[in-house]
Design a protein around this ligand. Structure first.
Ligand SMILES: [Zn+2]
Length: 466
């Protein structure tokens, strides 16, 4: 396939030939006999975007879930109305909510939900992803099924009297089963943003998830290339054509940190198997702890810090020295900024989801949506990285703004080495994103509607914005 009259970021005109899954030739090229030709009409051709941190299953599950927190929902009244409406529309099935934050209606429980939705089973996930809140109808249903399927889980269910279930995803999966997920819909949505690859960062990913992803790719539901992070049990499993095994994911919780030695040991063991480690750090405490563990265990290329939501200045030097890559979510400034401004002391606002300071300090920076906890659109993240504005226009950390090119680069690093850029060069994978304008136009209007065509593994996917 030949892409003619494309332009690069710097405006240079170029024709690009794709052969199979690679870029095979660049320059001023003539079409071969029967070669399909795409005329780019001077528009910009980018390396396909890679979302360096997403939870694919949960993102597709979220497609038919109600958003229960900021930026969509801000008050108890708004949430009550949403849930009541959902209950009248959906009298028999489950109502599934997600993204709940206590700024909406406090620490809600079973009784609160019962008052709003008395008969339809409801389960709402807290924004952290770890906590579910169920109403009585949902708990009754859960117990009914548990009694026949997993009787030993009944005591756990009974102990959550207030309807608040912490870290019970496995129990829910065992009792309720995996529902059929609209993977094709979310994958096509990602393609419409120009996303050609994802890193699935679910800490629970194991061999079953590798098979599931492979199955979805084989059936054509999942279009993107996948880099699968997750449990230690993935170590040593063979990569499949469009799936590679990536880092060991470690999820730290401030109130329940492991022994420092235990974390260092886990890092050492992963490294022995050539597996980088990715540690979830949303507080300064978790970040300091994690950096100490890496100091002791040593680092290998590809080791990463997920989120680095709060980064004090003194952390830049060790992060740079250790070669740790920070995978950030600048769009949280837009999506959650209003709650940050209320909940977080003013003196710490400039420490939130920093961008420019990492680059200035020589720390490699990449971007991930963290969908479904953040919106899956990387262009929204790029906009937020450039303007740092909350949903009501307040700027958080004005010194942390990136240029449009730096924001784009958050999503064009290599899957396994987000610190290394991919470029339009011969031999690179034919994973590309064709825009509808030159970069000089799009850089002032970072928006997914400029994505005209996405090419994954040499195959064009288009027709997004008709
Ligand atoms: Zn995540």
């Amino acid at each position: 396939m030949l892409i003619r009259n494309a332009s690069l970021l710097d405006g240079a005109a170029i024709d690009v030939r794709l052969s199979g899954s690679r870029i095979s030739e660049l320059g001023r090229l003539q079409a071969l006999a029967r070669e399909p030709v795409i005329d780019a009409s001077g528009s910009c051709l980018l390396p396909g975007l890679h979302d360096h941190h997403i939870h694919l299953r949960a993102t597709s599950a979220a497609l038919d879930s109600i958003r229960c927190g900021p930026p969509e929902v801000h008050s108890a009244e708004e949430l009550q109305e949403l849930l009541a409406t959902a209950a009248t529309r959906n009298a028999t099935g489950w109502i599934r909510g997600m993204g709940y934050h206590p700024s909406v209606a406090g620490e809600i429980n079973r009784d609160w939900l019962d008052r709003v939705v008395p008969t339809t089973p409801v389960r709402i996930q807290h924004r952290s992803g770890r906590l579910w809140i169920l109403n009585s109808a949902a708990i009754d249903l859960l117990k009914q099924r548990a009694r026949s399927l997993v009787p030993n889980s009944l005591s756990t269910i009974d102990s959550a009297e207030d309807g608040r279930f912490l870290d019970t995803d496995t129990l829910f999966a065992d009792v309720l089963g995996h529902r059929a997920l609209p993977i094709a819909a979310i994958s096509r949505q990602l393609a419409s943003y120009g996303v050609t690859g994802i890193t699935d960062m679910n800490p629970g990913n194991g061999p079953d998830d590798l098979s599931a992803m492979f199955g979805w790719q084989r059936s054509g539901d999942l279009l993107q290339r996948v880099s699968l992070a997750g449990k230690a049990s993935l170590s040593g499993l063979a990569s499949k054509s469009m799936i590679s095994i990536s880092s060991l994911k470690v999820h730290l919780h401030d109130h329940d940190l492991p022994e420092l030695d235990a974390l260092s040991q886990a890092i050492r063991e992963a490294h022995k198997l050539d597996r980088p480690v990715a540690v979830h750090c949303v507080t300064d405490l978790a970040l300091i702890f994690t950096v100490a563990a890496f100091e002791s265990a040593g680092t290998i290329p590809g080791d990463r810090i997920e989120h680095a939501s709060v980064t004090p200045d003194e952390m830049f030097e060790p992060l740079r020295r250790l070669g740790l890559i920070v995978v950030t979510q600048p769009h949280f400034i837009h999506e959650r900024g209003r709650t940050y401004l209320q909940d977080i002391p003013v003196a710490e606002h400039h420490l939130l989801y920093r961008c420019r300071s990492f680059l200035n300090a020589g720390v490699a920076l990449a971007g991930g949506s963290d969908a479904p906890f953040g919106a899956p659109d990387p262009w929204a993240a790029m906009r937020a990285a450039v303007n740092r504005a909350t949903s009501d226009g307040t700027i958080i950390g004005p010194d942390e703004c990136l240029t449009p090119e730096e924001a784009l680069a958050l999503f064009t690093g290599r899957a396994e080495r987000p610190d290394l850029p991919r470029n339009i060069t011969v031999g690179e994978l034919a994973d590309l994103c064709l825009l509808d304008q030159p970069w000089s136009v799009v850089r002032k209007d970072l928006d997914a509607r400029h994505v005209r065509m996405t090419i994954i593994d040499g195959k064009p996917i288009n027709g997004f914005h008709q």
